[in-house]
Design a protein around this ligand. Structure first.
Ligand code: PRX
Length: 635
């Protein structure tokens, strides 16, 4: 028997060693015993990080939805697969059984087919956290179409960029969404996006908020009447192991967002295996990941990981603060949630409200707590541990990236002793390395460096959609024969890892990755702006917030600064979305530059951190005089 469920530390080390010494044997056993294959593989792994090319389970045939749904029908048909919890607590929860999920997914798959969607076609999904989102994702996988879910908080421009990049001919959306006390006009955003991106022929619209919306003839159709007519049976398309499963966009430090391409078999095996172990999942547990399906965490730990294990996974439409800060705890109590997985930014926002919102709620069902998306500070970690886990439910601080597909560095609950702010040990099969700036691996403990991974794991993204060269340049060029994460990390005296943050121009705000260059591009489009630079600065709740230094053109100099700030933030909202708005905007006479004209962000970062005492030697700058002015007027 393979070690599908690791139960103690010695076993972890033993299994880990096996996964490193004999990775092919190890993953072959896991794949063989726990998944449904139409045909087994010819080779377990072929790889070459110089190309870069990675193939897991080559030659195997399968459909991931058979693994997520069909194979559970006999034994778990009446068990809840997805437990939908609406935004409004007065609206009843909706438990969707595996049998029902099967029927919904098949109907949706047939609708997509009727609309002409075929294997390999890209389907853009711009939906709120409602059951149709899960049905659509799985329906794509059912027929071999490639889903590209775009987080429904992105702007029309950001949506248009993603639709154009992967050349989707179809968009699935809703008439709108509920978010706390607000509603959002999603269909209006899609309409605007499709005025920019021209290739979409079909828009299917789920009804959620019953608002008056415009339907464009010959392009837009309500989804429900099509579903009502569709058959509840749809044979799965039999896919190759390395056929694309989905594209998911993530910010780059420069340029367009990167469409990370994930393939079928390796992703499935790794998402399922990590889910089982990282959350100590046991049959009949109720699992809740509060992320949005628009992020990789939602793909892997709301949909694919839990369903592959036959679990019950909560899909929550709302926000933690509506109608009150007790909302999360009401849900935990109501559904007797066993594992709760959220982001540090949510924990900090809740901690700021004190503990009154927790009182009176029975959280005794919780046995594992998780965090993901950004470093968790010590205070937030203890607040979570003391007040939510009551020092009984271990916290798994899980590190991974869109590019990784599944959790990479993490404690295993009840196995790995935890340590606040540390993601602790590599998961099974993951071989991290810390590198110095000269490209040499730093051996030993109590060291820090740039975090790389030396060996492929099953769910590594295979490419950037439409731009393999960029994939190579971004991840495989900085360090020879290694995947470079873009993160810095330190390794303590026992070999535990602590992720210290990005070492490139990506800033993580409330757990969202934001590249500085696209935000600067948005600002620079303002007619009064000459140039700009964005840096991050520490923020109590968001982890980091954005600080913009903006130099105006002569024509803009007389303008009212508060009005300009509003206009700049509106431009960012239009181009990217409200998540990228700047907290501080300082107008400067100039930006410090090297003699070759490069903006010295290091200096700007220090000033934003209120640490301008030691800026180093600035005499070599092209324009050292501007620094004093920036310090004097810092916000
Ligand atoms: O900097 C790391 C941070 O989030 C980045 C990846 O972001 P994204 O692709 O959006 O995926 C987020 C959810 C998996 C990483 O490069 N990050 C993620 N998890 C952690 C983290 N930083 C510290 N600790 C974590 N647990």
């Amino acid at each position: 028997m393979s070690n599908y469920h690791i139960k103690h530390l010695e076993e972890y080390y033993q299994v880990y060693r096996k996964s490193v010494r004999e990775p092919e044997n190890f993953w072959e056993e896991i794949a063989e015993e726990h998944f449904l294959w139409r045909k087994k593989w010819d080779t377990v792994l072929e790889w070459d990080f110089t190309k870069p090319e990675v193939k897991w389970f080559k030659g195997a045939k399968l459909n991931i939805t058979e693994n997520c749904i069909d194979r559970h029908l006999l034994t778990r048909g009446d068990k809840t697969a997805i437990l939908f919890e609406p935004n409004n607590p007065d609206e009843p929860s909706n438990p969707i059984t595996y049998k029902e999920l099967h029927s919904h997914v098949c109907k949706m798959a047939n609708v997509l087919k009727d609309q002409g969607v075929k294997k390999g076609d890209r389907v853009c999904v711009y939906l709120p956290m409602i059951p149709e989102l899960v049905y659509t994702v799985l329906a794509c996988a059912r027929i071999g179409a490639v889903h590209s879910v775009v987080f429904a908080g992105f702007s029309a421009n950001a949506l248009a960029t993603r639709i154009t990049d992967c050349d989707s001919k179809i968009v699935i959306t809703s008439d709108g969404s509920y978010r706390g006390s607000k509603t959002i006009d999603l269909k209006g955003i899609v309409d605007e996006a499709l005025r920019i991106s021209k290739g979409v022929e079909t828009v299917l619209v789920a009804k959620r908020i019953s608002s008056e919306i415009e339907m464009l003839q010959n392009r837009d159709q309500w989804l429900q009447p099509l579903l009502d007519k569709a058959s509840a049976q749809c044979e799965p398309e039999i896919m190759d192991a390395e056929d694309p499963l989905f594209i998911l966009y993530t910010s780059g430090s420069t340029g367009q967002p990167k469409g990370m391409l994930h393939t079928t078999a390796g992703y499935m095996v790794y998402a399922a295996y990590t889910f089982k172990n990282v959350f100590n999942y046991i049959e009949n547990d109720v699992f809740w990941c509060s992320a949005d399906v628009g992020w990789i965490t939602g793909h892997s730990y709301i949909i694919y990981g839990p369903l592959c294990n036959g679990a019950t996974s909560i899909l929550f439409e709302g926000v933690p603060s509506h109608p009150s800060y007790s909302r999360f705890w009401e849900i935990v109590e109501k559904h007797r949630v066993n594992q709760f997985y959220t982001a540090p930014t949510a924990i900090r926002a809740l901690a700021k409200e004190g503990v009154g919102h927790i009182e009176g709620h029975d959280l005794s069902s919780l046995k594992v707590l998780g965090t993901v998306g950004e470093p968790i500070n010590e205070e937030a970690w203890h607040w979570y541990d003391d007040n939510i886990g009551k020092n009984k439910a271990p916290i798994v601080d899980t590190w991974f990236q869109t590019e990784n597909g599944g959790i990479m560095i993490t404690p295993i609950p009840y196995v790995t002793p935890t340590k606040p702010t540390y993601a602790t040990l590599p998961f099974i099969g993951i071989q991290p390395a810390l590198m110095d700036e000269n490209g040499k691996e730093i051996e030993g403990n109590q060291v820090s460096g740039r975090l790389c991974i030396k060996f492929p794991w099953p769910s590594i993204a295979r490419s950037i959609w439409g731009n393999h060269q960029r994939y190579k340049d971004t991840y495989f060029s900085e360090f020879k024969n290694m995947y470079f994460t873009g993160d810095g990390a330190l390794r303590d005296e026992v070999g535990y890892y602590r992720i210290t943050g990005r070492v490139d121009d990506i800033i993580i705000v409330s757990g969202h990755n934001l590249g500085t260059a696209p935000i600067e591009d948005a600002i620079n489009e303002h007619p009064a702006v000459a140039e700009s630079a964005i840096v991050g600065f520490p923020h109590d709740i968001k982890g980091n917030a954005l600080y913009g230094y903006v130099t105006l053109k002569e024509t803009g100099e007389g303008r009212n600064h508060d009005n300009l700030r509003k206009e700049i933030n509106q431009m960012i909202t239009d181009q990217i979305g409200p998540i990228a708005k700047l907290d501080k905007i300082q107008f400067t006479k100039g930006l410090p530059k090297t003699r070759s004209g490069k903006i010295m962000r290091r200096i700007l970062r220090k000033i934003a951190h209120k640490d301008s005492s030691n800026l180093g030697d600035i005499s070599t700058l092209l324009n050292p005089e501007c620094v004093e002015d920036i310090i004097e007027n810092a916000l």
